[in-house]
Ligand binder design. Structure first.
Ligand SMILES: Nc1ncnc2c1ncn2[C@@H]1O[C@H](COP(=O)(O)OP(=O)(O)OP(=O)(O)O)[C@@H](O)[C@H]1O
Ligand SMILES: [Mg+2]
Length: 245
């Protein structure tokens, strides 16, 4: 479904020097897979995720999504992004809009659904995450866990083919992590293709089809959860796991 070919990303610093953040990443993601990405802070996990839907323009390399090279400047990237949902650490809901308005804004504005259709879809999804009673409130009155479940519903309202999650539970109080992970597990069970950056190793063990260890802008190790956690190959990963497990 997504094929990443020799993906490189550099940032120019103010003094003219260059920081190489992604150093030639190659990876294939098949439909229905749940890829969990772990690695130290600053290793390039978020940058990798943001390059997948071109929120960040790769410096070089290619991303092939359903046989189309989306790094080709001729491709309409907004159309591509409609098919790739993204869920962030800090929810990124619009605080001046109600939950329902947050959910229906994009699909209606982009002409994907009529307002009636979008509302029906949003209601159905809210029901599934037990938040239908919150449809008409503003995000300010929601807990972090509720906000993140709404953010997941918002991405689902677009009928995405894949959802990218960047540390979706890192900003939550511990008692709210479970309710968000439960929604993500439900999505995984339903066959959604997911790419998840997280520190939740339990989630990785339970849900991932593959776990990637990103270190210094490269995929240092990639394996099934059993092998990844049970039999880490590199010293770097062994050290990392000894700190986080
Ligand atoms: N817009 C930018 N301009 C300059 N440097 C950047 C930019 N975005 C990221 N970087 C640098 O790229 C490196 C990788 O950042 P990234 O956010 O991808 O790491 P990460 O693995 O997601 O870290 P964390 O676990 O802390 O979220 C860091 O050194 C960061 O400072
Ligand atoms: Mg990050």
């Amino acid at each position: 479904m997504i094929s990443v070919k020799n993906l490189c990303k550099e940032f120019k610093n103010t003094d003219g020097s260059v920081t190489k953040v992604l150093k030639g990443i190659n990876y294939e993601i098949n439909k229905g897979e749940k890829i969990v990405i772990v690695g130290p802070s600053g290793s390039g996990k978020s940058t990798f995720l943001r390059c997948l839907n071109l929120m960040e323009r790769p410096t070089s390399g290619h991303i092939i999504f359903d046989d189309v090279d989306i790094t080709d400047p001729k491709v309409n990237i907004n159309k591509v992004r409609e098919r790739m949902g993204m869920v962030f650490q800090h929810f990124n809901l619009f605080n001046n809009l109600t939950v329902m308005q947050n959910l229906t804004l994009a699909p209606v504005k982009l002409g994907i659904m009529s307002e009636t259709e979008a509302k029906e879809k949003a209601k159905g999804l809210l029901e599934r995450v037990n938040l239908l009673d919150k449809a008409d409130v503003y995000p300010i009155s929601l807990s972090g866990g509720q906000k993140q479940r709404i953010a997941i519903v918002r991405s689902l309202c677009m009928n995405p083919e894949v959802i990218l999650f960047d540390e979706p539970t890192s900003a939550l109080d511990p008692e709210m992590v479970g309710e968000v992970l439960d929604v993500m597990k439900q999505l995984a069970d339903e066959g959604m293709t997911m790419v998840v950056v997280t520190h939740e190793m339990g989630f990785a063990k339970e849900v991932a089809t593959k776990v990637l260890f990103v270190d210094e802008g490269q995929i240092l190790e990639e394996n099934t959860p059993e092998e990844f956690f049970g039999n880490p190959q590199s010293k770097r990963l062994q050290e990392f796991l000894s700190k986080v497990l």
